[in-house]
Design a protein around this ligand. Structure first.
Ligand SMILES: Cc1ncc(COP(=O)(O)O)c(C=O)c1O
Length: 387
């Protein structure tokens, strides 16, 4: 094992920043009141939660009462889609894309079982969706369009503003899974013309298990749970107060830093892409420019992503692969298949996601180690070419 540790898996999760932890600690210690309690301890915590809501709204260009705290991206997506479906008097039509996160795709599959019809729009070889195809897919039964702002695997940014305008023009709800984008790039719910937007704190140096759903004022969705009436009945259950405080502080910090951070990450990203493409038989997955600032996804032909990951791990480098999904299946991910990668190429895919804390020195280290790992694996590769 290497002494040097380089974390390049910020797309999976991010470390909690010290400032965020500091903001949370009082709510794990002395400020333990239930925000619904009427006594002073409860009222103080209520006021902190509402302050966090205000900050979260400000970061998204939303109104305070349009923010609902949830347990994360998965729950926000479920509340948005299932909640909109529950509101329908009869089965209707949903438009989404083939590259969505499972927290959208699997919900859509469930809704199909309940009688709704779903159009899964294809993407081009860079992972981009054509807004014209969204418009063409609209039927009189369409009640919601759900398109992610950025893809978690290949980093491709979707034209959500254009899609939002189309949805608004047809009076159809528009939901975006902005889990990968929030805190990385500016998000303005008004400019994007979204009705519902999901985000998750652990992707922008906040704690795990807490997220938010933006719901534009006037948008009607049914709650999935019944209970104590918290979060104005849309997401009942005693609030995760430390998490909510952490989310709002992390979002505030990351949004403040976007102008500087984006440039730094883009330059690290582009240098890493250039460096990796110097190795023989390496292809870039996703769009060359329209991609998340810290996302690099490449395929090393003739070798397995999982073996590369282990090789990198031995060198202290944390990345992730798109070949074996969490289910342990050997099928390439639905995203890599959707952009048309053949089985072999998809199997050699690795995602490096840079973020807060990564430096040029980290990149030097990665660029120094990857060629050796790849060369060694290709020498013993059963998949054809050996160097
Ligand atoms: C695009 C996208 N949507 C949803 C999720 C799920 O978020 P959470 O882990 O907060 O449930 C993720 C997490 O990887 C994601 O990348």
């Amino acid at each position: 094992m290497s002494d040097r540790q380089v974390y390049m898996d910020h797309g999976a999760t991010t470390p909690v920043r010290e400032e965020v932890l500091e903001a949370m600690l009082p709510f794990l210690r002395e400020q333990y009141g239930n925000p619904s309690s009427v006594h002073a301890k409860g009222r103080a915590v209520r006021s902190a939660v509402e302050n966090a809501r205000e900050k979260t709204a400000l970061a998204l260009g939303a109104n305070t009462e349009e923010i609902y705290f949830t347990s994360g991206g998965t729950e926000s997506n479920n509340i948005a889609l299932r909640g909109a479906a529950k509101k329908q008097k009869k089965p209707g039509h949903i438009i989404t894309s083939v590259v969505e996160h499972h927290a959208v795709l699997d919900v859509c599959r469930d809704l199909e079982k309940e009688g709704h019809r779903v159009t899964y729009l294809p993407v081009d070889s860079s992972g981009l969706l054509d807004p014209a195809a969204v418009e063409k897919a609209i039927t009189p039964e369409t009640f919601i369009i759900s398109i992610m702002a950025a893809n978690n695997e290949i980093g491709t940014l979707q034209p959500v503003g254009e899609i939002g305008a189309i949805a608004a023009g047809h009076n159809i709800l528009f939901h975006t899974d902005a889990v990968q984008v929030t805190g990385q790039l500016p998000v303005d719910v008004k400019k994007l013309q979204v009705d519902l937007l999901s985000l998750s704190a652990h992707k922008f140096n906040g704690p795990k298990g807490v997220g938010a759903l933006y719901r534009r004022k006037g948008v009607k969705i049914d709650p999935l749970y019944r209970g104590g009436g918290q979060e104005r009945k849309l997401r009942p259950g005693t609030e995760n107060v430390p998490g909510i405080i952490g989310l709002s502080r992390a979002l505030e910090l990351s949004v403040e830093e976007i102008p500087r951070k984006t440039k730094t990450l883009q330059s690290l990203r582009d240098r890493l892409i250039r460096g990796l493409l110097k190795i023989d038989d390496v292809v870039l997955n996703g769009h060359p420019e329209k991609r998340l600032p810290g996302n690099v996804n490449v395929s090393f032909k003739y070798i397995e992503g999982e073996s590369i990951l282990l090789g990198l791990d031995m060198q202290g480098i944390a990345a992730s692969s798109g070949s074996a999904c969490s289910s342990g299946s050997l099928d390439p991910s639905h995203v890599l298949s959707a952009i048309g990668l053949d089985h072999h190429t998809a199997h050699g895919s690795i995602r490096f996601t840079m973020g807060w804390g990564n430096s040029e020195a980290d990149l030097d280290y990665v660029l120094d180690k990857v060629p050796g790992v790849v060369e060694k694996l290709r020498l013993i590769s059963p998949m054809g070419k050996s160097v």
